[in-house]
Design a protein around this ligand. Structure first.
Ligand SMILES: [Zn+2]
Length: 390
């Protein structure tokens, strides 16, 4: 299959790095790219460098006072920065913070332009997906919200209806609030319930306001949710939402932190969910959007064992091919094992014996099904018409 899709990458995207101890580490983008190359899935001509985002583009979402604070963060007093969410433990100051964050926005806009202007059928920016960035402040490792800026850019320049699908384990709050009153942008976030996890929002009853009421969807799932339940409710919800909204273009935020190895969350997915997530996105993009699909990265804190495999499968599926199975290329494992502090996986799937046994499995599934039913009420579908597989 020779599908025209683009992988946005440049080493400048790795400059977004808070400090050596910080869990957010863009090395995962290199690991993903290398894994794809070693697998024969990514060629040089598919890689395009990002452009830089202008201040006006960043201001599509963010306040000028906030942009100014990011630019001068190195010179500002801690007490002045805190109100912008900068200088916290989560989002500490680093040098050239504005340039690094703006480069990520530029990369996401490059992905948008590859699809909307240059005729690519899909594009990825795995360095992007910084979904917690707010209009006036940084939050949860995110400075500029590239996903929200890209959506606003598409709205302004092309006047198309955008479906934003966020499968990060954390609620996609920044994007949701940015379009909470906009009926032309539909946001769907599936995430671990905010009861014990940052940012605490993303309840099923967050539905939007004013004209945007009814275009915000949330599926908060229980801690320790495993593959079968995750896949079943994700597929059901996304198909119904897409049918309800009829999008022109789909943007996915592919945070890879719902895996049982992830150190920051409590979900218990395996690699199986990272095959299904892009498969349904591809299906929706073909059914409603003439193939137009932009995929971003997001969270993902097991950068060695989880993120490269998860994101590589997004690319593999975007090519309109099946997710890869079997062994990982030995060249990749051998090369990176020297540097990795953990034993690298040898296969695309997780070995069955590694998958944890969750005693509350049935209870969790029932609870998630109940949440799905609550959500489906809002898609104007009779809940009885939807089959809930286990
Ligand atoms: Zn996350």
């Amino acid at each position: 299959m020779n599908k025209n899709i683009k992988f946005i990458f440049d080493h400048s995207l790795l400059n977004y790095r808070f400090n050596d101890e910080h869990p957010f580490n863009q090395k995962r983008v290199i690991l993903t790219k290398e894994l794809l190359k070693e697998s024969g899935q990514l060629t040089e001509d598919q890689i395009i460098p990002p452009r830089v985002a202008s201040d006006d583009e960043i201001a599509l979402i963010h306040d000028l006072a906030y942009i100014r604070a990011v630019k001068s963060a190195n010179r500002m007093a801690q007490e002045d920065l805190i109100k912008f969410g900068i200088g916290t433990e989560d989002t500490p100051v680093f040098s050239n913070m504005h340039e690094a964050a703006a480069q990520i926005v530029g990369a996401t806009l490059s992905a948008v332009e590859a699809v909307m202007i240059d005729g690519a059928q899909g594009a990825v920016n795995f360095a992007g997906g910084l979904h917690h960035g707010f209009k006036q402040k940084a939050s949860g490792f995110c400075i500029y919200n590239d996903a929200a800026i890209a959506i606003k850019y598409i709205r302004k320049k092309f006047d198309l209806k955008v479906l934003y699908v966020d499968t990060d384990a954390h609620h996609g709050d920044g994007v949701q609030w940015a379009f909470y009153d906009d009926p032309k942008v539909c946001t769907f976030s599936i995430h671990e319930t905010g009861r014990y996890l940052f940012p605490g929002t993303g309840n099923v009853n967050e539905r939007g306001i004013k004209e945007g009421h009814g275009f915000s969807f949330n599926l908060p799932i229980d801690a320790f949710t495993q593959d079968e339940s995750y896949i079943s409710i994700y597929e059901n919800a996304l198909r119904e939402i897409a049918d309800f909204f009829q999008p022109d273009v789909i943007i996915t935020q592919n945070g890879a932190d719902s895996h049982f190895y992830d150190p920051l969350t409590h979900l218990s997915g395996s690699m199986a969910i990272y095959e299904k997530i892009p498969e349904v996105a591809l299906e929706i993009s073909k059914l409603y959007c003439d193939g137009k699909w932009i995929a971003l990265g997001g969270g993902g804190y097991d950068i060695w064992r989880v993120v490269p495999r998860a994101w590589a499968q997004v690319w593999n599926v975007m090519k309109d091919e099946h997710p890869l199975h079997g062994d990982l290329p030995a060249t990749w494992t051998l090369k990176w094992q020297k540097e990795a502090p953990v034993t690298l996986p040898l296969t695309w799937h997780d070995p069955v014996e590694e998958i944890p046994v969750i005693p509350r499995k049935i209870e969790i599934e029932e609870k998630n099904n109940g949440t799905l039913m609550n959500l489906l009420k809002y898609t104007n579908k009779k809940s009885g018409s939807t089959r809930i597989g286990m």
